[in-house]
Design a protein. Structure first.
Length: 396
């Protein structure tokens, strides 16, 4: 792939000027009427539009060249890549599964030398081209199998980073580390022998406890969410550190700042939950806490009571500033939701949360003809043995 030859200044300008146009309409109108590869230009437009939210800076740098859509979809966001870069530092690092290279680029900021490995020749060439555009010259690029390269090189690294492919041969999603490619479980001894630290990015659907059994000696886990949606689970092993307990860090990244919560499975096992009727406030923990399973310890730490063992919503007459989650003031209970919602919200605009409830949020919205928006929330959940509906307002 000769990117400078096909991605000319004319193509870049076209992509920038026509970014918001409908690709199909553009193709119909301009087919056989331009001197460049129109399909390639439209692909660059589509890839950038897909990446606008997760890669805002890269998608608006029209000198960068974008790969096929799946590689963009599977790449980390700038937010999560930047977060990972804060966890590790040293002299040398290697990314065994480089892909589009977003993680490689950000992780390398805290290292003097960086090696990028990628089996796909086009992706490796795209990374080489983009790093030249960004003025980065610290990267060694290996087009080939990262594990084979690692096994064959005499070099050791301060950090090995691996983001195993989580798609099977039939394009099905994979969650177990041993099912992904490369198989970090079978290659774990090699990884540990070649680095001072190993950082593994795993599926947000991964069973954390199972993965900790598969990868011995992991000391820290991060469950990373963006705007309360879990995006990835990170597992870190460091050669020079020992830990009696594995620390689980739950982090939610937001434009206005981070919310964080740390615990261990040992602390969760010894914590106890108290239960209560609904009080002045309902608290919903950040998504990472729910993913990691810190249900009892979260409530105990902040002096909150649960509404039901399986609801994972909490209540209190007061709350701590900076609590990692959303806090809702309870306005009133709705005993006749259909009638009361029409009176309270004639335009049907109210957000919906359903936990341990008979209907999903979408089903509730369809049933009562509701649409998201504003600071008012309909919280539907089980309290004791009854399904209950509450009108609440999100606290700042």
């Amino acid at each position: 792939m000769n990117i400078p030859r096909i991605y000319t200044e004319e193509v870049k300008q076209f992509v920038q000027d026509q970014l918001e146009w409908d690709p199909a309409l553009l193709f119909m109108r301009l087919r056989d009427k331009v001197s460049f590869d129109l399909k390639l230009a439209i692909h660059q437009m589509e890839a950038r539009r897909k990446a606008q939210k997760k890669l805002p800076n890269w998608s608006h740098n029209f000198d960068l060249f974008f790969p096929p859509g799946l590689s963009v979809e599977q790449s980390s966001s700038e937010d999560t890549a930047q977060f990972k870069s804060e966890l590790v530092q040293g002299k040398s690092m290697i990314d065994l599964t480089g892909g589009f290279g977003v993680d490689t680029y950000y992780l390398a900021r805290n290292f003097k030398e960086a090696t990028y490995c990628e089996q796909n020749a086009d992706l490796a060439e795209i990374f080489r081209y983009n790093m030249e555009v960004l003025g980065e010259n610290k990267f060694k690029i290996n087009q080939g199998d990262g594990i084979e390269f690692l096994a064959g090189t005499p070099e050791n690294f301060d950090l090995i980073y691996v983001d195993p492919a989580r798609r099977g041969e039939q394009n099905q999603k994979l969650y177990k580390l041993s099912d992904c490619e490369p198989d970090t479980v079978s290659h774990w001894p090699l990884l540990q022998s070649k680095a001072r630290s190993v950082l593994v990015k795993a599926s947000p659907m991964m069973d954390i406890k199972q993965s900790l059994q598969e990868l011995p000696d992991i000391q820290q886990v991060w469950v990373v969410s963006v705007k309360n949606e879990v995006k990835e689970v990170l597992l870190l092993w460091e050669k020079d550190k020992k830990a009696e307990e594995i620390t689980i860090h739950c982090v939610d990244l937001r434009p206005e700042g981070r919310q964080e919560f740390d615990f261990s499975f040992e602390k969760e096992a010894t914590a106890e939950s108290d239960f209560s009727e609904v009080k002045s406030y309902i608290i919903e923990p950040i998504a990472g806490i729910l993913k990691a399973g810190a249900f009892k310890y979260f409530g105990q730490l902040y002096g909150l009571e649960k509404l039901h063992p399986n609801s994972h919503l909490y209540t209190s007459d007061s709350y701590s500033e900076g609590i990692p989650g959303r806090v809702f003031e309870v306005i009133k209970e709705l005993h006749q939701p259909k009638k009361e919602l029409k009176t309270l919200f004639p335009k049907g605009q109210i957000n919906v949360i359903a936990r341990n409830f008979a209907l999903s949020p979408e089903e509730i919205k369809n049933k009562f003809k509701l649409k998201d928006g504003g600071n008012d929330f309909l919280i539907c959940t089980k309290v004791g043995e009854k399904y209950r509906v509450f009108h609440c307002r999100k606290m700042p």
